[in-house]
Design a protein around this ligand. Structure first.
Ligand SMILES: NC(=O)c1ccc[n+]([C@@H]2O[C@H](COP(=O)([O-])OP(=O)(O)OC[C@H]3O[C@@H](n4cnc5c(N)ncnc54)[C@H](O)[C@@H]3O)[C@@H](O)[C@H]2O)c1
Length: 187
């Protein structure tokens, strides 16, 4: 999603600077190599406090927190999921509230916060009580709650959206349709 979002931001006339990070140096999306937006692509491990303190400078006015260990991987490696999905997200929120109080933070949560539906026809709305059925869902739910509380206190201006499974074209290379359906159900 980071590359798709970056592509959209690079096409937005209101955006003048963009910093992309990942554990490897990310690319500028192919469609926007000619962009006039000042773009930095940085290799950065967001579990590192030092890295977060150097990245989140006061001049930033919009932060998207997209990094993470996805559903199956977070279930297979509990410690890694906890460290990346929860600990590093909390660390980012704390660095931001100190360096950049009130900054707008967008957090993509997941339908995984609801756990599996009771039946295949159960309709889930925002009024449904989240009861995560996976470590990933629990970690996303905790981060949503933290971002809400930081916003209530005026530390940050947080926005959470609970996304369904989002898959880009490359996914078809690694996931069969059956895997995708199974992945959707697990969310
Ligand atoms: N794709 C979906 O179906 C979906 C649905 C709901 C919510 N989301 C959320 O949206 C966000 C983006 O999802 P995605 O599908 O693009 O995931 P993705 O796995 O494609 O991207 C996550 C990125 O995080 C990076 N990352 C992992 N550990 C890191 C670390 N320590 N420091 C810095 N970067 C690190 C990975 O290298 C990877 O590029 C995630 O927070 C995810 O929970 C995704």
């Amino acid at each position: 999603m980071g590359q798709a979002l970056a592509s959209a931001l690079l096409a937005d006339p209101l955006v003048s600077k963009l910093t992309l990070t990942d554990v490897f140096e990310p690319n500028v999306p192919n469609s926007n190599t000619q962009t006039k937006v000042e773009t930095r692509c940085l290799k950065a491990d967001l579990t590192s406090l030092e890295t977060c303190q150097s990245l989140f400078t006061p001049d930033l006015n919009l932060i998207y927190i997209l990094h993470g260990i996805m559903s199956g991987a977070a279930e297979a490696n509990f410690e890694l999921g906890l460290m990346v999905n929860l600990d590093s997200t909390r660390q980012i929120l704390d660095v931001l509230r100190q360096t950049n109080p009130g900054v707008k933070v967008i957090y993509p949560s997941s339908l995984a916060v609801y756990g599996p539906p009771a039946t295949s026809t159960t309709k889930i709305t925002e009024l449904h009580t989240p009861v995560p059925g996976s470590s990933y869902g629990a970690q996303k739910h905790i981060c949503e709650t933290l971002l809400d509380d930081y916003s209530r206190r005026g530390f940050l201006d947080g926005r959470t959206c609970r996304l369904p499974t989002v898959c880009f074209a490359e996914c078809s290379l690694v996931l069969s349709t059956g895997n995708l359906i199974a992945a959707s159900r697990s969310l």
